[in-house]
Design a protein around this ligand. Structure first.
Ligand code: SAH
Ligand code: SF4
Ligand code: F3S
Length: 444
């Protein structure tokens, strides 16, 4: 494409967390509204949006290799926009290092893409990493299409400042979207086909708002209201912070049938000195006490978490404490990462950075323990009867894939359609998926 042409087709590529996936979908909707069509599979797009993640070093480096890969055989490039958290953190460097990038747009400014595209089509290079007071949500088009599962960002940003983390810098301060907007967006998603909604936020359980009568409510109040939408069958939320697990939210797990029995509650490490150095503001004990209360409210709850190994100064014995915590909890699934020093964060300049080989070994041992527990959790669910929300066709004829209430991937064969909630019996467990037998189709 010559720089003086407006783009006819687009492709949005999102990396990183689910909030980026949500933002990527919203950008796609915005571009479609401008009359730009999604590029057909396998074909070059006139406009490519790289919706990037800055959380770990490898994620950030990927941007530059992706930009390089967009160059076509004839030496030309599509119109490239870099969005997301790398754009926010390193916008200027990207502009300096990658001349083929014409637009840099931060996570709070992407509603301004249409104007930026107009400028870029005239040959200008434009950067917008503002965090404007007017919210992007008010400027974005209404939701019109949805698969059976949908994301809904209810809260953005983070005020916690864990010493290793870039999110407070790339996403800004904690902001809750207004209650009425969320109810409206949820209803539209359900009208467009969503049967399950996952509420998203960097600290989703820090969400606060006022209900229609002006009463202050927390995430549990919002979930309760969403549960009143008749055709919405399932509600999930992620990611939550231990300090924002209120009494009400814990109780909601025992009271709201549509709230699925799954909790992702990152802990990062199993040693109090390390947690303090991370500025996590919870202890191992306070974390375990929360889990105990959640389990009392909802005994079958599946627990999930995030871990970092090799935080600066983490000794062998302190790492062993993390393994001890894993043994004590018995997680259903988890994410675990090697510590990655991020520019501008306090931990990046701390003494005693841990050698790569030590981190590798710790990560392997941690993942072996987590995999063992995940398989054990899956095996323990065999014989259970539950509903599966059908998300897509499987590889084999007549096979369908979906999720159990405990977020396990389930496959079964039989009469079904995408979006159905079907009753199954879980019959065979692997580490990453479960085979099931179809019992009957639940009434829609
Ligand atoms: N707000 C969420 C997590 C957001 S980031 C929370 O506080 O729990 C997702 C995960 O990435 C974190 O939970 C952490 O495990 C990991 N992470 C964040 N910064 C990291 C870093 N510098 N190195 C390695 N992992 C990191
Ligand atoms: Fe990052 Fe900590 Fe905020 Fe989570 S709570 S986003 S880990 S600073
Ligand atoms: Fe990555 Fe930004 Fe999400 S850094 S994890 S895309 S908030």
């Amino acid at each position: 494409m010559r720089p003086t042409q407006t783009p006819k087709t687009y492709r949005v590529k999102s990396f990183g967390c689910q909030m980026n996936v949500y933002d990527g979908d919203r950008m796609a909707e915005l571009l479609a509204e401008q009359g730009i069509a999604p590029a057909p599979e396998g074909e070059d797009a006139d406009l490519v949006v790289l919706n990037t993640c800055h959380i770990r070093e490898k994620a950030a480096e990927k941007v530059y290799s992706d930009i390089g890969r967009l160059r076509r055989e004839d030496g030309s490039s599509p119109l490239i926009a870099v969005a997301g958290c790398v754009a926010q953190a390193e916008g200027e460097e990207i502009m300096a290092r990658a001349p083929s990038v014409k637009m840099v747009v931060g996570p709070q400014a992407y509603h301004r893409l249409p104007e930026m595209i107009r400028d870029a089509s005239e040959g200008k290079r434009v950067t917008d990493t503002d965090m404007p007071a007017e919210t992007k949500f008010d400027a974005l088009p209404r939701r019109r299409r949805s698969g059976p599962t949908a994301f809904l960002t209810v809260q953005e940003g983070c005020d916690k400042f864990c010493t290793y983390c870039v999110v407070p810098y790339t996403r800004g301060a904690e902001v809750s979207r207004p209650h009425a907007d969320l109810i409206d967006e949820a209803k539209r998603l359900v009208e467009s086909g969503a049967r399950e909604i996952t509420l998203l936020g960097q600290n989703v359980n820090a969400w606060t708002g006022e209900d229609a009568k002006g009463r202050a409510i927390g995430l549990d109040g919002l979930i309760r209201e969403l549960a009143g939408i008749p055709d919405l069958a399932r509600i999930r939320y992620t990611t939550s912070h231990p300090n924002d697990m209120t009494e009400g939210l814990i109780a909601a797990h025992g009271e709201i049938g549509k709230l699925m029995p799954f909790l992702h509650l990152p802990v990062q490490a199993g040693n109090d000195r390390v947690l303090k150095a991370m500025n996590r503001s919870h202890t191992v004990d306070s974390y375990l006490r929360i889990l105990k209360r959640v389990r009392a409210a909802r005994p079958d709850i599946a627990l999930s978490g995030d871990f970092i190994v090799g935080f600066p100064g983490e000794s062998d014995a302190e790492f062993e404490d993390t393994l001890g915590l894993v043994d004590a909890v018995g997680y259903a699934q988890c994410f675990s990462f090697k510590y990655s020093p991020r520019p501008g964060t306090p931990a990046a300049t701390m003494d005693d950075q841990i050698p790569a080989a030590v981190m590798d070994e710790r990560l392997q041992r941690l993942q072996a323990a987590l995999n063992r527990d995940q398989l054990a959790f899956n095996k323990a669910s065999l014989g259970r009867t539950c509903d599966v929300l059908v998300e897509r066709k499987g590889k084999h004829p007549g096979q369908w894939l979906g999720k159990s209430p405990w977020l396990q991937s389930v496959h079964f064969t039989g009469e079904a359609q995408v979006g159905d909630l079907v009753r199954v019996e879980l019959t065979e467990a692997g580490p990453n998926s479960i085979a099931a037998r179809l019992l009957e189709t639940a009434p829609a």
